[in-house]
Ligand binder design. Structure first.
Ligand code: 3EB
Length: 332
């Protein structure tokens, strides 16, 4: 085995355990493995599956560590970490300000860890928080989160376009601020979408500080190249399009995913990432929309790898968001 691998595990066996950096699991997953695992605290299409786990793996030997709220594992070139911080109760005062502060703290800890372990470059981040669309002290919580992320990235000099990782930011009904991340010894190559204003250039209408992420990232590992497509929604330019129309939002999101893929293929070092090679995780605001979302996305993206979960999207008018991943062999 060489470089980064991505597996779906049904059974946690001793033979695989020593190669897993970290991953994700559904709400009913049995037990806790020895690696950092981001539990998706959300409803799943067809019901949660207690045996399903996603795992990022690499060659050993691995090192690991933990501290309150933080767990990580790394190999020579790659690190997967998970930071989960509890927040004040929903009725506590200044909850927005606290979210900003916790987010800043989480990202500062993340960057310190990456620097200590020799994997300074963020590749892919999954951000989850409770009540993402709730207004707190006059500002939506997602915007407070963006303030905290921006505080930390600016403080460590990680706020430039060249350093943006692929990312997603979603809401769950209840749970901590949860940030899972994959990082490497070598930098990824950020990709933007020509159909969309770069998120880090969004105008002030979307909050006092912009979201810091790239539309996608290409990262080389071993003999392969990974394409991480960030959470992708029904946004053209910087505006939400098709409010209230979940099928049209699926179609627009799919157009955006394919536009990002095409853009990535201009600089890929593989023969080209194909749409059929993408695996997608789809966040759907209303679980009642699972069937129409599946039908629309199967039509636009092909149905091979679609996992649908219920989550709140970071703008109240967005009903669906798609994130994708693909792997290809480097040309020699
Ligand atoms: C958007 O395009 C939709 O804040 O990290 C997608 C992916 C979105 C990542 C983030 C937000 C984030 O603006 C929302």
């Amino acid at each position: 085995m060489s470089g980064l691998q991505w597996l779906t595990l049904r059974v946690v066996e001793a033979s695989t355990t020593h190669t897993v950096l970290g991953g994700a699991a559904l709400p009913d997953a049995q037990g806790t493995p020895g690696w950092p695992e981001q539990r998706l605290r959300m409803a799943v299409e067809g019901g949660s599956d207690a045996t399903w786990r996603e795992a990022w793996c690499t060659d050993g030997p691995l090192r690991q560590g933990q501290a309150p709220g933080l767990q990580w594992r790394c190999g020579r070139d790659l690190l997967y970490g998970l930071i989960e911080l509890d927040e004040p109760a929903p009725d506590a005062p200044e909850r927005g300000k606290h979210l900003r502060e916790r987010t800043r703290e989480a990202y500062l800890r993340l960057f310190a860890l990456l620097s200590d372990q020799g994997t300074p470059h963020l590749w892919r981040v999954w951000n989850f928080m409770a009540d993402i669309n709730r207004d707190e002290e006059g500002l939506e919580r997602y915007r407070w989160f963006n303030l905290g992320r921006h505080d930390a990235c600016s403080a460590v000099g990680a706020a430039s376009a060249a350093q943006m990782p692929a990312a997603s930011a979603l809401g769950w009904a209840r749970g901590p601020l949860s940030i899972a991340f994959l990082a490497g010894r070598v930098p990824p190559r950020p990709i933007e979408n020509p159909r969309q204003v770069s998120a880090f250039h969004y105008p002030g209408d979307y909050g006092p500080r912009p979201p810091l992420f790239a539309r996608a990232a290409l990262a080389e590992s071993g003999s392969g190249e990974w394409l991480f497509v960030s959470g992708t929604a029904s946004i053209v330019g910087h505006r939400t399009v098709h409010p209230g129309d979940v099928v049209a939002q699926c179609e627009e999101s799919a157009r955006n995913v394919l536009a990002v893929l095409e853009q990535a293929n201009r600089t890929t070092r593989t023969a080209g990432h194909r749409p059929e090679a993408l695996t997608h995780r789809v966040y759907v605001r209303h679980a009642a929309d699972f069937p129409v979302v599946r039908r629309a996305l199967e039509r636009c993206l092909g149905g091979a790898g679609l996992t649908l979960v219920q989550a709140d999207i970071c703008r109240p008018d967005l009903l669906v968001e798609v994130e994708s991943v693909a792997h290809g062999r480097l040309l020699t």
